[in-house]
Design a protein around this ligand. Structure first.
Ligand SMILES: [Zn+2]
Length: 221
């Protein structure tokens, strides 16, 4: 009975005079885990936010490259939410201006999923990252890199095509329409929910061959 009356008293003293009393209290370390353990499980049920964060963390870690040779991240315009079709839809992509024929580069290493031609996008490429979490869509191309084919493994910075105006792009404004979508499943991967790629485009567009050539040059000094 005596122990019961002492414990609350210790707790009150510890709480009131924390630093001064702490050396006396071997009781405190024993109590702490009992109080803290039940709390995290009761707050963990909503799984949606942590999952989304995982995706964003993953994409951040991939350090995507601006997929046009010579273009720095600050030159990728904020066009994700621009209205299209008279306001009927949002653009949900970025348009990166460049001269016709400028090399289009793989934003990330991964696999070419599909080479397709359609009325809006013109000559297009769908590719994915190493874990197939995202789909990268490149549109309005002038053409494909020689030999590019579906199923091909590509390295980040590899030339996969060339900037053009195919599809519904204005003929006097060559640009790359670049879209990043979440890979939902094998049946609808080409139509996943898009996200603004700008925060994840952290590397300037640099041709893979240029990087390799620079790395291969032996130092003369
Ligand atoms: Zn566009």
């Amino acid at each position: 009975m005596r122990a019961i009356s002492i414990l609350p008293a210790l707790a009150i003293i510890t709480a009131a005079c924390g630093p001064a009393i702490r050396p006396l209290g071997p009781v405190a370390p024993v109590r702490a885990p009992e109080i803290e353990l039940p709390e995290p499980p009761s707050e963990s049920p909503p799984p949606a936010a942590p999952l989304a964060l995982d995706d964003e963390e993953y994409l951040t870690a991939r350090a995507l490259m601006v997929p046009v040779d010579g273009v720095t991240p600050d030159r990728v315009p904020d066009t994700f939410w621009q209205a299209r079709d008279g306001g009927a839809r949002a653009h949900q992509a970025v348009d990166i201006l460049a001269k016709r024929g400028t090399p289009v580069l793989a934003a990330d290493s991964g696999t070419v999923l599909r080479l397709a031609r359609n009325a809006l996008g013109g000559i297009t490429i769908y590719a994915t990252d190493p874990e197939r979490r995202f789909v990268f869509y490149y549109a309005h191309l002038d053409g494909y890199a020689a030999g590019l084919h579906e199923g091909q493994a590509v390295a980040q910075g590899e030339v996969i095509g060339y900037v053009g105006t195919t599809g519904n792009a204005p003929k006097n404004t060559p640009h790359l329409h670049f879209q990043v979508m979440r890979y939902v499943d094998a049946r609808t991967w080409w139509n996943g929910p898009p996200l603004d790629p700008r925060p994840f485009l952290t590397q300037p567009g640099t041709r893979d061959s240029v990087v390799r050539a620079a790395a291969a040059v032996p130092r003369q000094r």
